[in-house]
Design a protein around this ligand. Structure first.
Ligand code: FAD
Ligand code: NAD
Length: 480
């Protein structure tokens, strides 16, 4: 079998690349080890977690209706139905991808692919009916093999009660207690799901704050709310040992030096979710038989055209570097397809949005305060606290804030950070504004619908200009 373009891995990077390459007239074979298309994001990541976060949100909102004098009883949960509904979502979406592949004449191979050399892949396992020969040669390959959960050896005690994100999404039970190791994206999203379902959730985070990659002013309102939802949040704390005892897991926790309180404690949990990061899936499938090079963390090294050091192989998505986000993978997939079709494409975004789908959500795009500080770049800030927003007050969610980072010389919008209800949807406007090179007046002169949370974006711009209707700052110099 020979193909013009082989795409290895059918996650959001791989299928976006395969579909666009086919649309651009290339002959494409998509090789995926899983029975279904969609990759981590659709089958074990973004989509199932957001389906369960939807459930958590509705439970949380129903609880809060007490403030309006409307009381619901405690939820009666039929986990079989919850799981079945979640599975239906995945089936619908992955079935849709299969249809789209077929319509585009993308040849699907269900097998694990191993590189024999720079232009040959050995096919192994899966469904041999989907391939006539066990070897596939190609002009170009797009590597889209994604990433896997990091599982430090200490946690590998052979207990089914120690789980990773896939185990947490399986929703086998609602444990009485859950320890989440790692206060990052997965830890806080899945912790939120289980807390709303009724589990006593504790979090241990090694660094001195939740979500160490996010600006502190964005994390603060979320941390305040999570302190109420979670039983314990232990910062500056590491797991130093764990063992299975009866039906439970006994965990030894150690506080970092210099922090107050007991330095070592032992606690017992029904389940432990390990969410300490992910690593690129770049080993075990013959990359050493090609010219592809890896960086010290195992990411495939690529240039702006997504080309590796091997002239026949491009790489995209999680395997090709941080941030490990689905929309970055898809965008790189589209760049790779265009490059192979001969277009002058490059991956050079000004803003890759990041969203943590907790309640409140945190979202940012472009330059962050942390990056500006560490690089010494002078920036001005336009800040709008949601306490002044009519919509936020109406829905009882005034803890949010919206901020812009602005070039003080040109008024150009460089970055945006939002914490609050629906921040993940709101950040899209900021991405467009930053990519389009907008200045503050472009934003403030565009009429936003009232009363919406989207108004907080121009209001933050007006705060910078000193012209905000709902903020009185007489000493600030107005900008024309
Ligand atoms: P993947 O989606 O990992 O796909 C790689 C595919 O390659 C897999 O299907 C795998 O089976 C296949 N494969 C690997 N090796 C081979 C081989 N040798 N032969 C054949 N096939 C192979 N990102 C977001 O942007 N938003 C979110 O809300 C979000 N939520 C997440 C929640 C969780 C719990 C997790 C774990 C991740 C989440 N992510 C989220 C991250 C997102 O899932 C990844 O960034 C994204 O899936 C990366 O896409 P990819 O195409 O690079 O790889
Ligand atoms: P993460 O990098 O977001 O967070 C891991 C956290 O674990 C960090 O805060 C780190 O300091 C902490 N940590 C590391 N080792 C530890 C230890 N031994 N003890 C205690 N804490 C420890 O990683 P994640 O939450 O596993 O998620 C992996 C990746 O998946 C994310 O970085 C993101 O790229 C992607 N993801 C994205 C979304 C989204 O876009 N909403 C959701 C889930 C996952």
């Amino acid at each position: 079998m020979h193909t013009q373009v082989i795409v290895l891995g059918a996650g959001p990077g791989g299928y976006a690349a395969a579909f666009l390459a086919a649309d651009l007239g290339l002959e494409v074979t998509l090789v995926e080890a899983d029975t279904r298309l969609g990759g981590t994001c659709l089958l074990r990541g973004c989509i199932p977690s957001k389906a369960l976060l939807h459930v958590a949100k509705v439970i949380g909102e129903a609880n809060e209706m007490g403030q309006w004098g409307i009381e619901y009883g405690a939820p009666r949960i039929d986990l079989n139905k919850t799981r079945a509904r979640k599975e239906r979502v995945l089936k619908t979406l992955s079935g849709g991808l299969a249809q789209l592949a077929k319509r585009r004449n993308v040849r699907r191979v269900h097998a694990r692919g191993l590189f024999v050399d720079s232009q040959t892949i050995e096919l192994e396992g899966g469904n041999p009916d989907t391939y006539q020969s066990s070897r596939l040669t190609f002009d170009h390959a797009i590597l889209a093999t994604g990433s896997v959960a990091a599982m430090p050896r200490m946690f590998d005690i052979g207990s089914p009660r120690v789980i990773d994100s896939t185990g947490a999404l399986a929703l086998e039970e609602i444990p009485d207690s859950l320890l989440v190791v790692g206060g990052g994206y997965i830890g806080l999203e899945m912790g939120t799901v289980y807390a709303q379902l009724g589990t006593q959730v504790s979090v241990v985070e090694m660094t001195d704050g939740l979500l160490p990659g996010a600006d502190r002013d964005l994390v603060k309102p979320l941390a305040r709310r999570l302190e109420k939802q979670f039983t314990h949040i232990d910062l500056g704390t590491k797991v130093v040992g764990l063992r299975a005892v009866d039906e439970k897991i006994e965990v030894r926790l150690e506080k970092a030096e210099g922090t107050s309180g007991e330095s070592v404690r032992t606690r017992v949990f029904d389940r432990v979710l390990v969410a300490v990061g992910r690593r690129p899936r770049s080993d075990g499938f013959g990359l050493e038989n090609t010219q592809v090079t890896l960086d010290p963390r195992g990411f495939v090294e690529v240039d702006q055209q997504q080309r590796t050091r091997d002239e026949h192989i491009l790489a995209i998505g999680d395997v090709a570097g941080e941030p490990m986000l689905a929309h970055k993978a898809s965008h790189q997939g589209r760049v790779a397809a265009e490059v192979l079709a001969g277009a002058a494409a490059a991956f050079e975004p000004l803003a890759i949005p990041a969203v943590i789908f907790t309640d409140p959500e945190i979202a940012w795009a472009g330059l962050t305060t942390t990056q500006a500080r560490s690089s010494g770049r002078p920036v001005a800030m336009g800040l709008y606290l949601w306490q002044a927003s009519g919509r936020a007050t109406a829905i009882g969610r005034t803890e949010g804030l919206t901020k812009w980072l602005i070039d003080p010389e040109t008024d150009r919008l460089l970055g945006c950070g939002i914490v609050g209800s629906g921040a993940g949807e709101l950040i899209a406007e900021a991405v467009l504004a930053i990519e389009m090179g907008c200045v503050v007046r472009d934003l403030t002169d565009s009429i936003h619908p009232h009363p919406t949370l989207s108004e907080t974006l121009p209001f933050a711009g007006e705060a910078y200009l000193g012209t905000a209707t709902e903020i009185y700052k007489p000493k600030r110099q107005r900008k024309s």
